[in-house]
Design a protein around this ligand. Structure first.
Ligand code: NAD
Ligand code: UDP
Length: 330
């Protein structure tokens, strides 16, 4: 077959943060749709293991780089997804200045790359732009309640600034930019020790330790399975015309921290009770996405119920936990 013709319809996609939890699932999905993928990652919070299975794929290329440095990519690009940014509070607070720069300077660098290549751009923003919300559930036109000087600000304000850059360049007609506001997402390939609630609870239970409940445990979150999120991200990238507004992607099912702890304890019998820890500063009290816009514009809604997604995630962590135990015992 003529090679040029065979490649003519193939999309060439750059995924920044492609070695992370969500990014590696996105790379898998893009490759399975026949796209050529360039994954750019500094491995700050990503894992080589997430992309090792892809490294021999003829359409996959890995570039180890921090997006805060300008990127030069010689091959043509049709789409750029920016998922590069630590997402767990302890991880993004460990080097807050770098977190802020990743969202601001890194997004600017990737937008410039999109402009150079005429590529469509999607920013993985966050429900954290709503801060500790006074409106519930959160629609996209709610402007949020973020503490700009607190310990979460490096992440929240960084993402808000990244959104601003996207919408400015969109209004200027320079980049076809889209913004997904992602709510708490879980699934296989989360880092066991990244401090997020789902990975913490499952791994604490597997180790026979008590689950750590921060504060009273009455605060709520809405948990979306990673397979649903990836479909939403790809739908937002593909939709015509550009929605020109941010779009919430999340599962509207809302659970308290105590309810999640009870579910995990039921599903992982090795666990040993719960223990209370102080509530981190500025921890949002309630969070649930209004996904009317995603339903209307993208025809998207999440499909995986929490119990089902947790079962798969627990099985994945259990395998990793058992492999680690075998290595320690050897
Ligand atoms: P993750 O930490 O697993 O992945 C982030 C990836 O980006 C990692 O591979 C990391 O090494 C890489 N990275 C970080 N800073 C970088 C830099 N400066 N240059 C190059 N690479 C860098 O997190 P995730 O859960 O997969 O989140 C992916 C994206 O989605 C993030 O942008 C996050 O803000 C956003 N998001 C995630 C959630 C969630 O619940 N998972 C919720 C809201 C928003
Ligand atoms: N949380 C908890 N125990 C843990 C980890 C987190 O009670 O071991 C709480 C945390 O205080 C927050 C919620 O769970 O209220 C979600 O925390 P996570 O770090 O996963 O995400 P985010 O706060 O960014 O939504």
């Amino acid at each position: 077959m003529d090679v040029v013709k065979a490649n003519a319809g193939r999309k060439r996609v750059l995924v920044a943060g492609g070695a992370g939890f969500v990014g590696s699932h996105l790379c898998d999905a893009l490759l399975s749709e026949g796209c050529a993928v360039v994954c750019v990652d500094s491995f700050l919070t990503g894992a080589r293991a997430n992309v090792v299975p892809l490294e021999n794929h003829p359409d996959f290329r890995l570039v180890t780089q921090d997006i805060c440095s300008p990127l030069g990519v010689d091959e043509p690009l049709d789409e750029i997804y920016n998922l590069a940014c630590a997402a767990s509070p302890p991880r993004y607070q460990a080097d807050p200045v770098h977190t802020m720069m990743t969202s601001v300077v890194g997004t600017r660098n990737l937008l410039e790359l999109a402009q150079e290549h005429g590529a469509r751009f999607l920013l993985a923003s966050t429900s954290e732009v709503y801060g500790d919300p006074e409106v519930h559930p959160q629609p996209e036109d709610y402007h949020g309640n973020v503490n700009p000087t607190g310990p979460r600000a490096c992440y929240d304000e960084g993402k808000r600034a990244a959104e601003t850059l996207c919408f400015d360049l969109l209004r200027l007609g320079q980049v076809d930019a889209r913004v997904a506001r992602i709510f708490n997402t879980y699934g296989p390939r989360m880092q066991a020790d990244d401090g997020r609630i789902v990975s913490n609870f499952i791994n604490q239970a597997l180790r026979g330790e008590p689950l750590t409940i921060y504060g009273t445990g009455a605060q709520t979150r809405s948990f979306c399975h990673v397979s649903d999120l990836v479909k939403g991200l790809m739908a937002l990238m593909a939709v015509e015309p550009n929605p020109k507004t941010p779009v919430n992607l999340g599962n509207p099912g809302e659970f308290t921290v105590n309810e999640l702890a009870a579910l995990v304890r039921e599903m992982v019998p090795e666990g040993s009770g719960v223990v209370c820890r102080p509530l981190p500063q500025d921890d949002p009290q309630r969070r649930r996405p209004d996904i009317t816009r995603a339903r209307t514009l993208l025809g998207w809604e999440p499909r995986v119920p929490l119990q089902e997604g947790l079962k798969e995630t627990i099985a994945w962590f259990r395998l990793a936990h058992e492999a680690e135990k075998r290595i320690t015992a050897a």
